[in-house]
Design a protein around this ligand. Sequence first.
Ligand code: AFP
Length: 337
Amino acid sequence: MQEMGTTLSSFIIDEQRKLGNKASGEFTGLLNDITIACKGIANLVNKGDLAGVLGVTESENSMGDVQKKMDLIANDLFIDALQNNGHCAGIASEELDEVLSLPEGKPRGHYLVTFDPLDGSSNMDINMDVGAIFSILKAPEDKENPTAEDFSRPGTEQIAAGYCLYGPSSMMVLTTGSGVNGFTLCTSIGEFILTHPNMKIPEETSEYAINASNQRFWEEPIRQYVADCVEGEEGPLGKRYNMRWVAAMVGEIHRILCRGGVFLYPIDDRNREAGGKLRLLYEGNPMAMIVEQAGGAASTGYERILEVAPNGDPHQRVPVIMGSKNEVEKIVAYHNK
Ligand code: AFP
């Protein structure tokens, strides 16, 4: 009989065992809660129109983005999984204007969770990659209802980060600070199975991902880097580059973890006022932790994303350049010219 392999649940419990009796099991419980939310989202995303989850709602989130039906359903699945088991003390979500305290009487845990419950949701109606991104911080001691400033911590203080990619297969990729591991959802038994142990990003690449339609809005360093990539072998970078754009950060970062590459969503004339497009707490920081844990680099162009000073806004934005270490360093050098 074929071996089932290591399930995510047993992997997490083994990680807990390594901590000996210091571990209470609460963190394990929290990761299990998040896994349940991701399985619930995978089930509906994979059914698509058959589950009636496509299309948009009448509402917008705090950034003025029209919310898709599945944005709100995924958001509710995360909140439902997190608010009942006493592992979580507070929630920040892309789909919620303010940080969320648990309802009166619900048990509080020692962790804060931030998430984008459905990253790339504009891909939902065209059946392309979408994902969920999450980050875990320690909660302040003895505070019934954590506030926005309790979430306002640099990315270096994250104790775990991960994403679930809903692609041809559903995959959970997780780091708790000692490397990155990938798990594929076996739908017949409803378990994530370890398929990509110890994921590492190749330090070199010739593949970049950027929304090239924004070229006229870019700052000079990005414009120059992409122009040099397009010049290929005859250009200053001396090699042919390939380009990809999935329009879902989870899909870009997963490709980079699997085969290298660099993903860029820089500041441009349209988003300079806001500080960029992607959000620090539940996109930039978790993905930067994952990328660095896999041997890559994650920069704003001027500083390490994980060291960006949070400003108290749960929806603070950040310019993003992340992926293969040597390529990110090259792009940072364009910013230092
Ligand atoms: P949506 O969740 O609104 O689809 O945005 C996805 C995203 O935040 C990120 O996942 C993509 O990399 C990026 O935006 C795509 O941005 P463009 O639509 O400007 O290409």
